[in-house]
Design a protein around this ligand. Structure first.
Ligand code: CA
Length: 473
């Protein structure tokens, strides 16, 4: 008799913010195929990353541990591929495993994918058009360029893996898109979208960074001002006044971003159609997520890194008809470190003791454990590099967010060694959902600040991380 355990199709994109998905209430685009996953499954409304940047988030997902444990704290700390991952456990447990697309955890024998029956990955960030792929071979790997558009190609490879599978055993396959990562290069099929219309602007596009710690104003990721011609696909009129330039650059940027997202959506539709045609829909878990969120002109920015909502929040939708009620939603806080134990539990395999995340599989049938987390810990380590975002850590509860910018590289590989005076921010997300008003020094919140600091330090110690030496009670 064949193995009846569920298949898992794990689709992840790079930098796709949930507010560019219709099922999350997007005002700026349509994503009918992603919406199919949500409509036929569950939408998680509070899925957060523990470090909002590509390489670290991927390491947290694969290992079920925080970045100070897996040592992938920045873009320049590549993952040791001898570390235990949930994929290796699935493989050892009888799953056939594949990985296609963006890996971004390092290259060469010490960093390339392990635990997969087959894989093909982009070197580093990879290219949108006619990309080079690194293919698994009998005795290692080989590189060769492939003609086509990257999102189509990654989907083709995933479909080829599924077509060639052993039908007696369950599969786990990662279809991990490069898109919609900078520099947002659409294919011809979607280049015509939004041509004669303006995309609605976000509420905080013209943010002047007042009433915040200095980190927000110091960040170098503003629409226009901190872009290069590759971002806008044309020369940037830097002589325009800042806010006019921001308005202009937003339209150039967001249209390309959404065109690139539209290609992901089409390709997700191809995968869902394949599952339907093969009779696999009932017994296949389909996940769509992204390695973190992204600023879509919010606060006048592109990029991520900050613990602010648009960057912290990951889209996470999951379909599994055997367990999940169609059209359901969940508001519990789930984290990227929770994915590994969740997938293992759904596959009927034990989670290793050292995992720091927790399986949220009970929530799939509407049962939240009584002792589920009410707060989460976050840490961004890559001080200043690329966009001048200061290193910080913090805590988010359902209502509040406390951030401590310790602003120190602490010797992390890839961080810039310039240290600034630490600063705090507190946001009351109920009163101030756009995080425009830091109330950390407001006497009305003094007691709450102490409580949140205690809770943050408790979480920090619980996951084995160390507080900054100037962060004293
Ligand atoms: Ca990313």
């Amino acid at each position: 008799m064949s193995d009846q355990r569920p298949n898992i199709l794990f689709i992840m994109s790079d930098d796709h913010a949930s507010h560019a998905m219709t099922c999350y209430g997007s005002r700026i685009n349509q994503t009918p195929n992603l919406d199919r996953i949500a409509d036929e499954g569950m939408r998680f409304d509070n899925c957060f990353c523990t470090n909002s940047i590509c390489t670290p988030s991927r390491a947290a997902i694969l290992t079920g541990t925080y970045n100070h444990i897996n040592e992938v704290t920045t873009l320049d700390t590549h993952m040791d591929n001898s570390l235990p991952t949930f994929v290796k456990d699935l493989h050892a447990g009888g799953y056939q495993t594949g990985m296609f697309g963006k890996w971004h955890l390092g290259q060469g024998p010490a960093h390339e994918p392990t635990g997969f029956d087959d894989w093909a990955v982009l070197p580093g960030q990879g290219l949108y058009h006619n990309p080079i792929f690194i293919f698994k071979t009998e005795d290692g790997s080989e590189r060769r360029p492939v003609h086509g558009y990257v999102t189509d190609l990654i989907t083709d490879m995933t479909l080829d893996f599924l077509a060639d599978r052993d039908r007696e055993r369950p599969f786990f396959v990662m279809c991990h898109h490069k898109a919609p990562h900078r520099h947002w290069e659409p294919d011809d099929k979607h280049a015509h979208m939004f041509l004669n219309e303006d995309v609605p602007e976000p509420e905080t596009l013209y943010d002047d960074y007042s009433n915040r710690a200095s980190a927000a104003g110091a960040a170098e990721m503003r629409m226009g001002a901190h872009m290069v011609p590759l971002d806008t696909k044309t020369e940037i009129p830097h002589d325009l006044p800042e806010m006019e330039l921001r308005k202009w650059a937003y339209q150039r940027y967001i249209k390309d971003y959404l065109r690139v997202v539209a290609s992901i959506d089409d390709n997700v539709g191809r995968l869902l159609d394949y599952l339907d045609a093969e009779g696999l829909t009932e017994n296949t878990i389909v996940v769509y997520t992204s390695d973190q969120g992204f600023f879509l002109g919010d606060h006048g920015w592109y990029d991520k890194r900050f613990m602010y909502e648009e960057s912290l929040r990951m889209p996470y939708i999951m379909r599994y008809p055997r367990l999940i009620e169609a059209g359901s939603a969940n508001e519990d806080m789930i984290l990227n470190v929770d994915f590994a134990p969740t997938y293992l539990e759904l596959a009927g395999l034990p989670a290793p003791e050292h995992y720091q995340g927790r399986s949220f599989s009970p929530m799939l049938s509407g049962e939240t454990p009584d002792d589920w987390r009410q707060s989460m810990y976050y840490r961004y380590w890559m001080h200043k590099t690329h966009h001048n975002v200061y290193a910080h850590y913090g805590i988010r509860t359902h209502r509040y967010k406390l951030i401590y910018y310790y602003a120190d590289a602490l010797g992390q590989t890839g961080a810039i060694d310039e240290t600034y005076e630490p600063e705090w921010e507190l946001f009351d997300l109920e009163q101030d959902p756009y995080e425009l008003n830091n109330v950390v020094d407001d006497p009305a919140y003094a007691e709450l600040v102490l409580e949140l600091k205690d809770e943050m330090h408790r979480l920090q110690a619980q996951v084995g991380d160390e507080r900054y030496h100037l962060d004293v009670d």
